[in-house]
Design a protein around this ligand. Structure first.
Ligand code: NDP
Length: 328
């Protein structure tokens, strides 16, 4: 069969190298599905993987891209027929299995989610892994009793892909949202997405004691490090913090005080291997009552494969915002 083009990451003596190259089109084996990818997206993990600045890849060479949406080209899985629209995020995609930065993608059918009514491939990848992770975080927070009456939800790294979707969905669900962002020029954009207030990264710098004035009913944290520690000190009794990311650091130095005196919960969110049927259920919510009002407002740029290396650099240097779609 005809070859297809893919964004491949190679491990060379001088470090990682990326190249767009033709690859032989895979033939699905039993249980697998071949997808014609239409859209992927750029997530922080893609930038770490594509630059080699995070030890993400488990084998080389590998096609990058931790998410994809398109339609079934060939199927050896009983649940998927040719032409059906599908989404795939996480699992081993772009880590130890070829990912979504390619015209064709062959994956186990069990990794797929049928495209829910209300989304198409483009909309699904504006949301992408970022949106799915926000849905997982909100799902876990609500199961843990988070509700609007407990007070505003703080979203850190608010201008980022995950953060901006969190602001939009929480606002849609009736939560008051406080966005914490290091980008003053994007404060109005964040308010447009639904934040009632935007604060700078320095706002919590004085929160150094184990318990400080309780300001948030809960939080979605994409930054980690010292900022997450400050959030634990300033969240109200009974609140839940969803820990999603490490854009500001992977360490966490805090005390048990907020947990044992305020009953705080710190819930870890891992979007990679969420099993079905929860995976399908969360995508259905993203297509329906959790869908951000205007997906295109979340989109900052649309890229092609050749533009990815420059975008990865900008993202790791904090010079991107919102969601970046990749058109294949
Ligand atoms: P983005 O780069 O789009 O967003 C990250 C945001 O964090 C930036 O926009 C910036 O927001 C803020 N930020 C960046 N550097 C720093 C810093 N040094 N100190 C404080 N804030 C900083 O990335 P994504 O939204 O794609 O991902 C965010 C995080 O979530 C990443 O760590 C990613 O790995 C993680 N993630 C985890 C998932 C999971 O399953 N657990 C799934 C998806 C993402 P601002 O300028 O507004 O402050």
């Amino acid at each position: 069969m005809s070859p297809y083009l893919a964004f491949c990451i190679h491990n060379a003596d001088q470090g990682q190298r990326t190249r767009i190259e033709p690859r032989p089109r895979p033939q699905p084996t039993a249980g697998e599905v071949l997808i014609r990818v239409r859209y992927s997206s750029v997530n922080y993990k893609d930038a770490l993987a594509g630059t080699g600045r995070g030890k993400i890849l488990r084998r080389f060479p590998l096609v990058g891209g931790i998410d994809a949406a398109g339609e079934v080209e060939d199927s050896r899985h009983p649940d998927y027929q040719i032409g059906e629209a599908v989404i795939v995020t996480g699992w081993g995609l772009g880590v130890d299995h070829d990912g979504g930065y390619a015209e064709s993608l062959c994956v186990p059918g069990d990794w797929l989610v049928p495209m829910p009514v209300g989304l198409d491939a483009r909309a699904a990848m504006i949301l992408g892994t970022a949106g799915f992770t926000v849905a997982l975080a909100i799902h876990r927070m609500q199961l843990n009793g988070q509700r609007p009456e407990l007070g505003p939800i703080l979203v850190t790294g608010a201008s980022g892909g995950v953060g901006s979707i969190a602001v939009a969905i929480l606002a849609r669900l009736g939560y008051e949202v406080v966005a914490l962002s290091g980008k003053p020029d994007l404060h109005d954009w964040l308010k447009g997405l639904g934040a009632s207030r935007v604060i700078g990264r320095e706002a919590l710098a004085g929160a150094t004691r184990p318990l400080e004035k309780a300001e948030w009913g809960g939080a979605i944290d994409t930054v980690g490090g010292e900022l997450l520690a400050q959030v634990t000190r300033t969240t109200a009794p009974g609140g839940t913090i969803a820990a999603i990311g490490l854009a500001g650091g992977s360490e966490l130095h805090t005390t048990v005080m907020p947990f044992i005196l305020r009953g705080l919960s710190l819930l870890g969110c891992n979007s990679v291997d969420v099993p079905n049927p929860l995976r399908t259920e969360l995508w259905q919510r993203l297509a329906d009552d959790w869908r951000p009002a205007d997906l295109d407002t979340l989109l900052s740029e649309t890229a092609r494969l050749e533009g990815l290396p420059a975008i990865f650099e900008r993202m790791l240097n904090g010079r991107t915002h919102g969601r970046i779609l990749v058109e294949i």
